[in-house]
Design a protein around this ligand. Structure first.
Ligand SMILES: Cc1cc2nc3c(=O)[nH]c(=O)nc-3n(C[C@H](O)[C@H](O)[C@H](O)COP(=O)(O)O)c2cc1C
Length: 234
């Protein structure tokens, strides 16, 4: 009995040790490019709508960055759109418009580790991760995507392409047979190579061009997005 208890204790200790080792290893994919302590992103997970044939996927810096609780709208205004006191991402807002129009489920793409708070520090980490072909681990992926026939993907352009976390996410899921509309948010790069990149990562999906949305000016595009969705949803 004593022996069994010791083995169980040892196994429990090993499980904890492994979990820490795994976390540390993933954190190194960030900290080796910039010296900071990345926190784990709290997974938001699937937010159900009323139309379970449609999925809206988006990635935003907000939700993937350890921003302080109290935000100063002026300092963050150049990188993030603010709604009242709250920081919200550009892609997050566009995804919200699409979700309101389609009634689809929404899934925020999140990496396991948060990127640094300052914009240029995130750029530094991303440049390193791109150079070393890092595949950031996801905080979560949707459990079952078989029921969706249409996917609306809203991705920021980072380093002139589909941002690395979204590419990593697309490597982890199977969108075969689904229609995938690709929207980008950007500061000048437009669609860049988003269509080719998404199609290459999901060769069996019907990948279609959505819209390229500049983060500034931004509010005027809402009607165009709604119109696009209305004329393209099945
Ligand atoms: C690390 C990083 C790299 C970026 N690289 C580009 C780029 O190459 N081209 C571009 O047009 N915008 C670039 N941007 C700007 C974002 O694409 C743009 O601000 C986007 O709307 C952000 O969406 P979000 O607020 O939902 O995160 C970059 C932003 C970050 C954080």
């Amino acid at each position: 009995m004593k022996k069994i208890l010791s083995i169980l204790l040892l196994l429990a200790f090993m499980a904890v040790a492994c979990a820490f080792a795994e976390g540390d290893q993933e954190a190194e994919n960030y900290t080796r490019y910039f010296d900071y302590t990345p926190v784990e992103n709290a997974p938001i997970g699937l937010v159900p709508g009323e139309n379970h044939n449609t999925l809206v996927l988006y990635f935003s810096r907000v939700g993937n960055t350890a921003f302080p609780e109290e935000v100063d709208a002026v300092s963050y205004a150049s990188q993030n759109v603010t709604e009242g006191e709250k920081l919200v991402g550009t892609a997050q807002i566009v995804a919200g418009w699409i979700a309101d129009e389609t009634g689809g489920d929404v899934f925020p793409i999140q990496t396991a580790c948060a990127y640094p708070e300052a914009f240029w520090d995130t750029v530094t980490v991303i440049e390193g991760q791109e150079k070393d072909r890092v595949h950031p681990r996801m905080a979560a992926i949707p459990e079952d995507m078989t029921g969706y026939d249409t996917v609306w993907l809203v991705t920021p352009i980072w380093a002139y392409s589909v941002c690395l976390p979204v590419r990593s996410f697309l490597e982890s899921v199977d969108l075969s047979g689904k229609t995938v509309y690709v929207f980008t948010t950007h500061c000048g790069s437009g669609m860049s190579d988003a269509m080719e990149v998404v199609q290459a990562l999901q060769p069996n999906a019907d990948v279609r061009k959505g819209m390229a949305i500049a983060s500034d000016p931004f509010d005027e595009v809402r009607d165009d997005v709604i119109q696009f969705v209305q004329s393209n949803q099945g």
